[in-house]
Ligand binder design. Structure first.
Ligand SMILES: O=C[C@H](O)COP(=O)(O)O
Length: 295
């Protein structure tokens, strides 16, 4: 099956994305940036070893990241496997922090459509307000766009009122032209959000792929007036990388996109670094040196 791709100049994209990461940021803006990045986190645990206890601990952290600094906001969502949605939903009830669940045979997506839909419905019934699905990369790489789009449409319907994030797993796509095309395909099929990566592949939310996806969303908004969110996930583990993402968003889509309703960072270990860097700017310490994400 063949498809026509709009060429994207990889070197040009990478150079622009890197240049935006070299901007110097004043201390006050850095503090503000850290608080904003915190509010945009989908705090994630996606391990075979996850337990209800670990998820409850993560949820407590999600609601109140640093009790000694009440100006630090809650994160946007906690992202877990479907089996732990109920635990997260109970722990987060009334907090304003959403429960996101991966689904559709995450991370490889190698299950039947029936299983994908059942898993999605179960996660929503258990309390997930957001579903993070993976596209069928096997079908996409064969050029079977109809199957990819059909699955997204079916999962979107199974989501009901829950928001759908579509993970295109950029590390498995050969070029930035494919990243752009897969993003457009997901949007056309009904994605509320497009998401870079599962966090389980060889690379994740590199500045270049995030820039391509932000530009896709920007062009879609210009063309149709519709808002689609972007979730940068996978490998965003320190404050510098998170602030770089915010600069990419601001320069591509403007200040109105700098909100957790439109941009998220999916991350398992970023929050701790944000809290440590925030404390350092205050000349203080962040009390908990341990990596809570590994508990
Ligand atoms: O969706 C979120 C990712 O799985 C998290 O990836 P990370 O562990 O590299 O932060």
């Amino acid at each position: 099956m063949s498809r026509s791709l709009t060429p994207v100049n990889r070197v040009g994209v990478d150079e622009r994305a890197a240049a935006l990461g070299r901007r110097s940021i004043k201390t006050t803006a850095k503090r503000e940036g850290i608080r904003l990045a915190t509010s945009m986190i989908d705090l994630t645990t996606l391990e075979g070893s996850d337990t209800p206890g670990k998820v409850r601990h993560l949820c407590a952290k999600a609601v109140c990241p640093d009790s000694s600094r009440p100006e630090i906001p809650s994160v946007a969502a906690v992202c877990v496997y479907p089996a732990l949605v109920e635990v997260a939903a109970a722990a987060l009830r009334g907090s304003g922090v959403a429960v996101a669940s991966v689904a559709t045979g995450f991370p490889a997506g190698q299950t039947s459509l029936k299983v994908k839909l059942d898993e999605t419905r179960e996660a929503v019934a258990a309390g997930a307000a957001e579903i993070d699905m993976v596209i069928s990369r096997d079908a996409y790489l064969r050029g079977d766009d109809a199957r990819v789009a059909g699955e997204i449409e079916a999962v979107k319907e199974a989501c009901g009122a829950a928001h759908l994030k579509v993970i295109i797993e950029t590390a498995e796509l050969p070029t930035y032209a494919h990243v752009r095309h897969a993003s457009e395909l997901a949007i056309a099929a009904g994605a509320d959000w497009i998401k870079t990566s599962t966090g389980k592949s060889t690379s994740g939310a590199t500045p270049g792929v995030v820039l391509v996806m932000l530009e896709t969303v920007r062009d879609h908004a210009h063309r149709t007036g519709e808002i689609v969110g972007v979730k940068a996930a996978g490998g965003v583990s320190n404050t510098k990388a998170a602030l770089h993402q915010l600069v990419l968003v601001k320069e591509t889509l403007g200040d109105e996109w700098l909100t957790p309703e439109r941009f998220r960072i999916g991350a398992s270990s970023l929050l701790n670094d944000l809290l440590m860097q925030y404390a350092k700017l205050d000349g203080g310490h962040y009390g908990r040196a341990e990596d809570f994400s590994k508990e």
